[in-house]
Design a protein around this ligand. Structure first.
Ligand SMILES: Nc1ncnc2c1ncn2[C@@H]1O[C@H](COP(=O)(O)OP(=O)(O)OP(=O)(O)O)[C@@H](O)[C@H]1O
Length: 319
């Protein structure tokens, strides 16, 4: 028990993320040392907050979580990348289908599909127009519900959440990037990036610091007070990516993120996504028509007429 306590203390001296995999299994991720501490934790977890962590009356390093009460009964320590979670599943679809109801009858946009995407993977979804790529992405992000089957994202079964819970889930776990950027034209770059932070009632000083960091990350320092119309397409897409990153998502869902961009700007966006995947271990699922863009991915899932027809694995000549 003493070694547990010592190890636990060690974890909290570091900057940590708390990543819950559901069913009581939780990862404490020690970012600075890139080590993961697997803990089976019992007790009550308060919602994630960016505050100073207090543990038994002692203040520790700035953390991404606040824990109300936790008892540790079991612990393993491993090395490796904590946010990828080894072979842990990020997305699991079981017999998921989507049928749209039309006057003329039902239209099956997605036939019963089983898909498993691991934490830290970069997946491209390809297929002809109308094959169901965007439909699938909407389901993965909880923007729409399947007609049948189950979808679990980071251990959370989306089809069991009500609308409000799905909204919260999306805000906290998923970053969306769209072909047409979907920035609000009357808001500045900084305000666009801060949208989800504002919805989450993040204090202003903290919001300003996060926005400044994200602007640096997407190489747009100096553009905070510009309006979207004053930026190039590539710059607007990088603002959209910064906005998607504001809540530190575990997953980015990108629908044709390079579709409106020329080769150079498209390349910049792909490199940014690849870096986020590689260095920040964010799982990325990207719909694309472009085989060159798909080469950024570890794996390509191909759809045809609403059916998964092929999964090309890493090493099959893509990367
Ligand atoms: N809300 C809806 N109601 C009815 N049918 C829909 C709806 N949304 C999509 N569909 C149909 O589902 C099929 C798949 O659409 P989806 O947008 O997923 O295709 P896609 O592969 O993303 O196409 P594209 O590459 O052209 O964007 C299409 O035939 C489309 O017309």
């Amino acid at each position: 028990m003493a070694s547990l306590a010592a190890s636990f203390f060690f974890c909290f001296e570091q900057r940590v993320d708390l990543v819950s995999f559901g069913s009581g299994m939780t990862m404490l991720c020690d970012r600075d040392k890139d080590r993961a501490h697997g803990l089976r934790a019992y007790g009550m977890f308060l919602r994630e907050e960016r505050k100073y962590l207090r543990w038994e009356g002692t203040s520790f390093a700035r953390s991404e979580v606040r824990i109300g009460y936790m008892m540790v009964s079991y612990q393993t320590t491993g090395s490796g990348n904590c946010l990828t979670g080894g072979n842990q599943s990020m997305i699991k679809l079981k017999n998921v289908s989507k049928v749209f109801t039309l006057e003329a009858g039902g239209f099956t946009a997605l036939k019963p599909s089983n898909i498993d995407i691991k934490k830290g993977e970069f997946i491209a979804i390809m297929g002809p127009s109308g094959s169901g790529k965007s439909t699938l992405l909407q389901l993965l992000g909880g923007l729409d519900l399947p007609t049948a089957g189950t979808i679990a994202v980071d251990g959370v079964q989306l089809d069991r959440l009500n609308e409000k819970e799905r909204t919260l889930f999306r805000r906290e776990k998923v970053g969306f990037v769209f072909q047409n950027y979907q920035l609000l034209p009357m808001m500045t770059v900084a305000e666009n990036i801060a949208l989800s932070l504002a919805a989450n009632k993040t204090p202003k000083a903290e919001t300003d610091a996060i926005v400044a960091r994200l602007l640096r990350e997407v190489n747009l320092e100096g553009k905070a007070t510009n309006f979207p119309a004053q930026l190039s397409g590539g710059q607007q897409q990088r603002v959209a990516i910064a906005r998607a990153l504001a809540m530190k998502p575990l997953l980015i869902l990108a629908d044709e993120p390079t579709g409106n961009l020329d080769r150079k700007n498209g390349e910049d966006v792909l490199q940014l996504l690849s870096r986020l995947n590689r260095e920040e271990h964010i799982t990325i699922v990207m719909v694309t028509h472009d085989r060159h863009a798909a080469e950024a991915a570890d794996r390509v899932i191909t759809l045809r007429d609403g059916e998964v027809v092929q999964t090309v694995l890493e090493g099959a000549g893509l990367k």
